[in-house]
Design a binder for this molecule. Structure first.
Ligand SMILES: Cc1cc2nc3c(=O)[nH]c(=O)nc-3n(C[C@H](O)[C@H](O)[C@H](O)COP(=O)(O)OP(=O)(O)OC[C@H]3O[C@@H](n4cnc5c(N)ncnc54)[C@H](O)[C@@H]3O)c2cc1C
Length: 478
C-alpha cells in the first residue's frame, strides 16, 4: 500500500502527529484547497496528498488546454485565487505579456496555467511539507481499523489519510433517453469540447441539444470549422439563450438593498423585493441584471431561510429564468452566436426532443415545438449534447461516488441539486450525521447554498475549509 502518511514520514521530518489531508480531485476546487493548506504549512502539522488522474493540476473540466481558446465566463478581476487580492490573476496575465484589464475575459487555458503557477509557488514555499500528486483515480474510500481513511486507487495501490476532501467537480452531461438509439454511434457527441478534433470535419448540419453556456462554446467552435457547417439547430425546452454580461456601468444601489434581507423566509417577499430593486437599478440608468452581482453574497443566506416547499417552488417556476440571467456570457461570444443567427446559420428552437434514428449516414431527429400538437423532423449529421454537466448525484458514473452512496457516506439532497453538507464543509451521511474527517467542496454545494458553482464562491469555501482542516476555525471559536 502506498501511504501518504508513511511517504511524508520518510521524505520529511514530519512527526507522527502530522495529519495527512487527501484532496480527491484537483480541478479549481481541489487545487485551491491545496494552495490554502500549503500556505498554512508552517502553522499546522499537515501534509497534502492530491489525487488527480490528469497531469495538469487545476485544469479540471473548465480550464484544460484545448485546441480552441474558449474565453472565461467571468471577468479577470473576479478570478483570483484570493478574494483579497482581486488583481492577482490579472497580474499573472500581464507578466505573460497579455495586456488586459479587470473587465476582460481571458482564455481558460491561461487560467489553468495561473492556478498551476500559484500552486507551484505555495508548494515550493512549504519546503518539506510540500504536497504530493498521485496521478490516479480514487475508486473507493474505507475506514481503517485505526479510524483513518483508506483511499483505494485505480492503479491498485492505496493511500491512508486522516481527512479527505472530495473535490470531484463536474460530471459528464446526462444521457438523453430520446437519443438512446444513436448514443453509441459516431453521430452522437457527448463531449462538446471535443468538436473540431478528428472526425468532426465535413459536417453539414448539426443539432445542439441545450441552449446555455455549453451551447455557446459548441457554436463558437463549430463556427471555426472549415469547410463551414451550414446549419446549426439549437433545441431546448424554453429556447432561451444566455444573456450577455452587463455593459452598462454598475450603479450604486442605496440602503434599500437591505430590503432583500428583510424578506428572508418568504419566497414571495424576496421576489417582490428583487423586482423592486431591479426596477430601481433600471431607473438609475443601470443594467438590472447587476443585481445578481450586488446581492450574490447574500444568496446562500436567503436560500437557507427558505423551507423545502418554497425551494421547490423556486426551482419549478424561476430556475430557468434565474439561470439565463445569472449565468451570463461575455458579450463577444454571445455576439458571435447572434451573428450566426442573423446569417441564418444558427436557429434556436423551444421544444422537446422526441427521438433520433440513424438513416444511412444522417440522423433523423423528431421533436415537438413548445405548445404545438404536431412533431417536426430534421436530418442532421451530428447531435451534440450541450445540456452541461449532470448534477444529479445518483447519475454519477464515478465508481467513487457510487461506492460513497452505497456505503451511506453521502446523502443526495431532496431537490437533486447535490449532496448535503454541514456548515463547515463536512459531509452528511445517509442518516444525516456529519461524517468525521470527510469534507466536500464543489458544485454539489448548490444543495446547501444555491450559488456555489463559480470561482468567487468556491475560493471562499476553499479558504474556510483550509481553516477548518488546519484547526484555525476551531481555535478561533474556542
Ligand atoms: C466549461 C466550463 C467553463 C467554466 N468557466 C468558468 C469561468 O469562466 N469562471 C467561473 O467562475 N466558473 C466557471 N466554470 C464553473 C466551474 O464549475 C468552476 O469554476 C470550477 O472549475 C469547478 O472546479 P471543480 O474543481 O469543482 O471541478 P472540476 O473542474 O470538474 O474538477 C474536478 C476534478 O476532479 C477529478 N476527479 C473526479 N473524480 C475523481 C476521482 N474519483 N478520483 C480522483 N480525481 C477525480 C477530475 O479529474 C477533475 O480534474 C466553468 C465550468 C465549465 C464546465
Amino acid at each position: 500500500m502506498k501511504s501518504a502518511g508513511h511517504g511524508a514520514a520518510s521524505t520529511a521530518t514530519a512527526s507522527t502527529t502530522t495529519r495527512v489531508v487527501a484532496v480527491v480531485g484537483a480541478g479549481f476546487s481541489g487545487i485551491c484547497v491545496a494552495i490554502q493548506l500549503l500556505r498554512r504549512a508552517g502553522l499546522a502539522p499537515l501534509r497534502v496528498a492530491l489525487v488527480e488522474p490528469r497531469a495538469d493540476l487545476g485544469a479540471g473540466l473548465a480550464y484544460a488546454t484545448r485546441d480552441y481558446p474558449y474565453p472565461l465566463n467571468v471577468a479577470a478581476g473576479q478570478m483570483s485565487v484570493d478574494a483579497a487580492r482581486a488583481n492577482d490573476f490579472l497580474q499573472f496575465a500581464r507578466a505573460q505579456g497579455i495586456q488586459a484589464g479587470p473587465a476582460d475575459y481571458l482564455p481558460r487555458p491561461l487560467y489553468g496555467e495561473y492556478l498551476r503557477a500559484r500552486f507551484a509557488e505555495a508548494n515550493l514555499a512549504a519546503g518539506d511539507a510540500r504536497a504530493l500528486h498521485y496521478r490516479a483515480r480514487v475508486l473507493q474510500l474505507r475506514r481503517s481499523a485505526d479510524a483513518r481513511w483508506e483511499l483505494w486507487l485505480d492503479d491498485g495501490s492505496a493511500l491512508r489519510a486522516d481527512d479527505v476532501v472530495l473535490a470531484l467537480g463536474n460530471g459528464p452531461p446526462a444521457a438523453l433517453p430520446a437519443l438512446a438509439d444513436i448514443s453509441t454511434s459516431g453521430h452522437y457527441v457527448d463531449d462538446p469540447w471535443s468538436i473540431g478534433l478528428h472526425g468532426h470535419e465535413n459536417i453539414d448540419s448539426v443539432l445542439l441539444v441545450g441552449s446555455g453556456l455549453t451551447m455557446v462554446d459548441a457554436a463558437l467552435r463549430l463556427a471555426a470549422i472549415r469547410p463551414r457547417v451550414r446549419h446549426i439547430h439549437v433545441l431546448s425546452r424554453h429556447g432561451l439563450l444566455p444573456e450577455s454580461q452587463a455593459s452598462a456601468p454598475r450603479p450604486a444601489i442605496g440602503p434599500d438593498a437591505g430590503a432583500i434581507g428583510m424578506a428572508r423566509g418568504s419566497l414571495r417577499r424576496m421576489l417582490r423585493a428583487w423586482r423592486r430593486l431591479a426596477g430601481e437599478i433600471g431607473d438609475a440608468g443601470g443594467d438590472w441584471r447587476e443585481l445578481f452581482a450586488l446581492l450574490r453574497a447574500q444568496v446562500p443566506d436567503l436560500w437557507h431561510s427558505l423551507d423545502a416547499v418554497q425551494r421547490a417552488r423556486f426551482l419549478r417556476h424561476a430556475r430557468a429564468h434565474w439561470d439565463v440571467h445569472r449565468h451570463r456570457v461575455p458579450t463577444g461570444p454571445l455576439s458571435a452566436v447572434r451573428s450566426l443567427e442573423r446569417l441564418g446559420v444558427l436557429e434556436v428552437h423551444a421544444g422537446r426532443l422526441e427521438s433520433a434514428r440513424l438513416l444511412d449516414d444522417v440522423v433523423a431527429v423528431q421533436w415537438r415545438p413548445r405548445g404545438a400538437h404536431r412533431s417536426r423532423a430534421w436530418l442532421v449529421n451530428r447531435v451534440i449534447n450541450c445540456t452541461g454537466p449532470d448534477h444529479l448525484v445518483l447519475h454519477s458514473p464515478d465508481p467513487l461516488v457510487k461506492s460513497l452512496l452505497a456505503n451511506g457516506l453521502i446523502r443526495p439532497d431532496a431537490h437533486s441539486l447535490g449532496i448535503e453538507v454541514a456548515a463547515h464543509g463536512q459531509v452528511l451521511s445517509a442518516s444525516a450525521a456529519p461524517v468525521d474527517g470527510l469534507y466536500y467542496i464543489g458544485p454539489w454545494l448548490r444543495a446547501r447554498d444555491w450559488e456555489a458553482t463559480a470561482v468567487p464562491e468556491l475560493r471562499a469555501h476553499a479558504a474556510r475549509l483550509a481553516q477548518v482542516l488546519s484547526g484555525e476555525a476551531l481555535a478561533l471559536s474556542a
